[in-house]
Design a protein around this ligand. Structure first.
Ligand SMILES: Nc1ncnc2c1ncn2[C@@H]1O[C@H](COP(=O)(O)OP(=O)(O)OP(=O)(O)O)[C@@H](O)[C@H]1O
Ligand SMILES: C=C(C)CCOP(=O)(O)O
Length: 329
């Protein structure tokens, strides 16, 4: 145990399943089942590299509402396996999408003030919403045979100071990785030392874990191909394929070469979003890149997301659609 706590198991990838990717943004508490299924299947492929049996042995043995019969448990199949055949040293973090953000913004949980009954109720409602999404994501991963375990930052005692992480003990995450599990964390409502409470984004959790575990690469899956020079709803938006971050945290667009004054990034954030949307993602990604860890931002349920999850991204070829954020050489 003590050994495990001293030396984290090397982590291959930390992946964010963005709320925009795996939920239907416009519909309260609605999962995009197809995107979630695809993300979990691609994660299994990335972990497997041909070593795992073709057919996943499902680990979700609970009954769904409306299921006519008890679930089939393939106990003999599992007993006969030497191992899962999966390189499971991944950490999954998911966002809230149409779960959680609505409850948090309606009550103002992100701004703090637990003395207000509305904020207190909103804190409870936000946690009910995001933890129920967490449960569904763990189940979807388990159906793909991925040994996933849900972990809530609030329940692990994580807290913030003016929205910056103040206490974030990762020992249970590290122990779980050692035991061969895939930890599945999520953006959460947490206690804040100055504000009483706030919302901790999955993007901030990823940055903290990257600083702690130094993965080989980090992947953000979302509902757009990557970072554009302006909101992608603008038909003239240009996908930024490579961004370099220097030692001072300054960043520059390497690819494509933009003309004239088009050198920055213009971002729009949905009104109900309590954690800063794409802007937070880019800021946190830049901190991760400075560690020397490449960050890939791309669209869920595409050939590009599979390549990102496998860490198989080559910026010199033009056939990968996404944004790479890396440290300047
Ligand atoms: N310049 C930009 N480049 C890329 N996306 C942008 C830009 N400006 C705004 N966006 C919006 O950012 C959204 C993705 O960010 P968002 O934080 O919602 O993603 P997520 O991590 O998948 O979701 P969540 O925060 O709910 O977990 C896209 O839907 C896109 O429309
Ligand atoms: C509870 C909430 C709203 C968590 C938000 O996490 P994010 O979607 O990763 O920014």
């Amino acid at each position: 145990m003590a050994e495990a706590a001293r030396k984290p198991r090397p982590v291959r990838c930390i992946v964010k399943l963005g709320g925009a990717a795996i939920t239907n943004k416009g519909e309260l508490e609605s999962i995009d089942e197809e995107s979630l299924r695809s993300a979990c299947a691609q994660l299994r492929q990335a972990m497997s590299d041909g070593a795992a049996p073709e057919k996943a042995r499902g680990m979700d043995w609970s009954r769904r509402p409306g299921d006519p019969a008890d679930p089939v448990v393939d106990a003999e199949g599992f007993a006969g396996m030497a191992g899962l055949g999966l390189d499971s040293n991944f950490v999954v973090v998911h966002g809230a999408g149409s779960f959680g953000h609505f409850q948090a913004s309606r009550s103002g949980v992100h701004k703090g003030g637990l003395h207000s009954t509305l904020v207190k109720a909103g804190f409870v409602a936000t946690r009910i919403s995001v933890t129920s999404l967490n449960q569904e994501i763990v189940r979807a991963l388990a159906r793909e045979g991925i040994p996933s375990v849900g972990m809530s930052p609030f329940a692990c005692g994580w807290s913030t100071q003016r929205r910056n992480l103040a206490s974030a003990n990762a020992s249970q995450i590290i122990e779980s990785l050692h035991a061969g599990f895939v930890p599945v964390l999520h953006g959460d409502a947490v206690l804040d030392e100055s504000l009483d409470c706030t919302i901790l984004s999955g993007d901030v959790i990823i940055r903290h874990l990257a600083q702690l575990l130094t993965p080989k690469y980090v992947v953000f899956l979302t509902d757009v191909h990557g970072v554009y020079d302006r909101p992608p709803t603008d038909p003239n938006a240009v996908l930024l394929k490579e961004i370099e971050v220097d030692d001072n945290g300054g960043w520059s667009i390497v690819k494509p070469a933009l003309q004239g004054n088009r050198k920055g990034v213009e971002i729009s954030v949905a009104a109900h979003d309590t954690t800063g949307g794409m802007e937070t993602k880019i800021l946190e990604a830049a901190v991760i890149a400075r560690l020397g860890v490449d960050v890939y931002i791309t669209k869920v349920d595409t050939e590009h997301s599979l390549r990102a999850l496998k860490g198989d991204v080559n910026t010199s070829s033009d056939d990968w659609l996404g944004t790479v954020i890396r440290a300047a050489k």
